[in-house]
Design a protein around this ligand. Structure first.
Ligand SMILES: [Zn+2]
Length: 240
């Protein structure tokens, strides 16, 4: 589908936004309970969205996640989507982005790929999400004990995984260590340092390889940040 067609498709949803199903607006942060209209998306800034995610993760990690009526959210978002952010995260079964940030249906675009690597298809998805569909924040979210990062540290070669892990090798190379130190997956501290380097490099990769998103960030229309999810504590740390 061409960008213009996509734009038209998005625009078409504007006139049919379910105003009758209006979920109300939280007065403090000006967030709608459901991202059901362009107005909800337009009312908030990238820093406010980061704050919303931080608060959401605090709720999740403390066992006080929001009880959502998903059936109601399905109805409210059926005619269009106006997500706040895109999250590139790992396929790891312990790191589901919406859950750990306590977000609902229609809140975020979610690209999951082993090792939260960036390639042309991910960049294309992010460009659609921000330039066409209006998402204002991009988060590259890694996680602790990542099997893909461990595989890159150990230089695993297997089928199509070889090419994927090659995308993490620049992060492995970027982490210094003392002469003779263990640089394999057995060194947990090293693995977590590579995971962080991988996130930071991929945030920069988005800027370097997508002139569209770089320009949007330079203009202040979007923000691109990194984050790390701890599979043991349930907490997300942010690299802003
Ligand atoms: Zn992983």
């Amino acid at each position: 589908m061409h960008a213009r067609t996509l734009l038209l498709a998005v625009a078409a949803t504007l006139s049919t936004a379910p105003f009758a199903a209006m979920a109300g607006t939280e007065s403090m942060a000006r967030f709608c309970q459901t991202q059901y209209s362009r107005d909800c998306q337009a009312a908030v800034t990238p820093p406010q969205i980061i704050e919303r995610f931080k608060q959401g993760n605090e709720r999740f990690a403390s066992g006080h996640g929001t009880h959502r009526n998903y059936s109601q959210q399905v109805k409210e978002t059926a005619k269009g989507q106006f997500p706040l952010a895109s999250i590139v995260s790992c396929i790891d079964s312990r790191a589901p982005a919406e859950l750990v940030l306590d977000q609902g249906i229609g809140d975020v675009f979610n690209a999951r790929v082993a090792g939260n690597v960036i390639n042309e298809d991910i960049l294309g998805s992010l460009e659609f999400a921000s330039k066409v569909a209006g998402a204002k924040l991009i988060v590259v979210m890694g996680h602790t004990s990542c099997g893909a990062v461990k595989g890159a540290c150990d230089n695993v070669q297997m089928g199509n995984l070889t090419g994927l892990l090659a995308k993490i090798q620049p992060a492995v190379a970027a982490v210094p260590s003392k002469t003779g130190a263990d640089r394999s997956s057995k060194n947990h501290e090293f693995v977590e340092m590579v995971a962080e380097a991988n996130v930071r490099q991929n945030v920069q990769l988005v800027r370097d390889r997508s002139p569209i998103l770089k320009e949007m960030e330079d203009k202040g229309e979007i923000k691109i940040v990194g984050a790390m999810y701890d599979v043991a504590s349930g907490k997300v740390s942010w690299y802003e």
